[in-house]
Design a binder for this molecule. Structure first.
Ligand code: C5P
Length: 401
């Protein structure tokens, strides 16, 4: 990838992740991009104008009412001088200002005045990110076409753990690259939820019930949707496949947690339920490890049904995504079962695959699927899971167009 000749206006707001901005500038410059920084007052608490200026080799703008700046370059001109505006880190505060259209400093004014594409890299405490106010602001911004990268999940400076870490500079540079190279992005402005992987249902704190799902197909679908420009929330059970680039990953273990994460992520334009959710969980999982006792009978596990995540989200009334897609993994009567699933779960499409051991599909790299909709059945040939994902994402883009 090269960014030679591309100009990025980098808006740095006030979060601890601002300490990663010098590295971001260095990587952008290495790709040949020109970088000009706008620093908020709070951003300047974490990174100095001098370091940004030295690395970008360009004047750093901070003050809306600086007469010198206005004589050299007005804020309107500044807002349109670049090919792309990048807000990194984007705090809850600046995202809220963008969502309501406040313009009380140079950064927010430039963001309101621009006619250029905008990419935000959110960074904040996990509670602030998950707060309904922030999530509603993200929905507003995404619907307006603002592009989003991250946030990542992990340990935070505030000693908490969860989604809220700013994406790493190489991932932000990759996202900038894909925005600035002219590719079709038919899903720009759309939000997709994808579930992937197995669920783990606890028996006690150390034991669980699981299945053989690898998460490959679900992760590939999340990546393909992001590649077409969608903002993607990937709700994933425990898997070893890597996180797809440019996707916000929510890691969960049980079906109950998966449902909760999906509901938190609503509203969405499309939801793809590719996870192999356990049908049952252990009623009253033990809070301490169940001890093996000599001579005693093996413990009986009392199983109760898990919530059906697909059916619950498909019945979400006004919050139902426009397009709800389920999977059907069957070993017998594939099409009949998939068709009844389509109706029973109120899905729009079911992607059906035969997971008999002889097919090698479960855990493998290839997949042969049938797309079942109210219009009929379509058979796709055996394809790599990545290619199934690309074709499905293209279909989704057509359906949402
Ligand atoms: O009923 P069955 O598990 O075969 O249905 C498969 C489809 O339903 C998949 O899309 C799967 O992700 C979804 N599902 C779900 N929640 C469950 C069970 C299945 O979302 N508890």
């Amino acid at each position: 990838m090269t960014l030679v000749g591309k100009r990025v206006l980098l808006i740095v707001s006030g979060g601890i992740a601002a300490i990663k901005v010098p590295e971001l500038i260095r990587l952008l410059r290495k790709q040949g991009a020109g970088v000009t920084c706008v620093l908020t007052d709070n951003g300047a608490q974490f990174v100095t104008p001098l370091s940004l200026q030295a690395l970008s080799e360009s004047k750093v703008y901070a003050d809306l009412f600086s007469l010198t700046d206005e004589s050299e370059m007005g804020h309107i001109q500044l807002s349109r001088s670049a090919d792309l505006l990048v807000v990194a880190p984007a705090t809850a505060n600046i995202l809220a200002k963008m969502a309501v259209g406040l313009a009380d400093d140079l950064a927010s004014t430039v963001l309101l005045a621009t006619d250029k594409p905008v990419l935000v890299a959110p960074a904040m405490n996990v509670r602030m990110w998950l707060h309904p106010a922030t999530q509603a602001n993200m929905t507003t911004l995404t619907a307006r076409g603002v592009q989003v990268i991250g946030p990542d999940e992990g340990a935070m400076a505030c000693n908490e753990f969860g989604p809220g870490r700013m994406s790493e500079p190489p991932a932000i540079v990759a996202a900038i690259g894909s925005l600035l190279t002219s590719r079709a992005r038919p899903l720009a402005g759309k939000h997709a939820i994808v579930t992937s992987g197995p669920t783990h249902e606890p028996i006690d704190p150390v034991r669980y019930i699981a299945n053989r799902s690898s998460g490959r197909q679900g992760h590939a679908i999340a990546a393909a949707l992001a590649d077409l420009g969608a903002r993607v929330t990937l709700v994933s059970g425990p898997v070893t496949v890597p996180d797809p680039p440019g996707v916000a990953v929510r890691r969960i273990e049980s079906a109950a947690e998966m449902l909760d994460a999906c509901q938190t992520a609503l509203p969405a334009d499309v939801a793809v339920f590719a996870a192999a959710v356990a049908d049952w969980r252990v009623d009253n999982a033990a809070t301490g490890k169940i001890k093996k006792q000599a001579g005693a009978a093996a413990p009986a596990l009392n199983l109760v049904p898990n919530p059906d995540i697909l059916a619950t989200i498909a019945a979400a009334g006004p919050r139902r995504p426009r397009l709800v897609i389920g999977f059907a993994a069957e070993t017998d009567d594939l099409l009949a079962n998939a068709q009844s699933k389509l109706r029973r779960k109120n899905a729009d499409w079911i992607v059906a695959n035969d997971v008999s051991p002889a097919t090698g599909i479960m855990g493998g790299l290839d997949n042969a699927v049938h797309i079942i909709s109210h219009a009929g059945v379509e058979d796709w040939p055996m394809l790599a899971k990545d290619e199934v994902a690309r074709r499905l994402a293209a279909r989704i883009a057509e359906a949402l167009a």
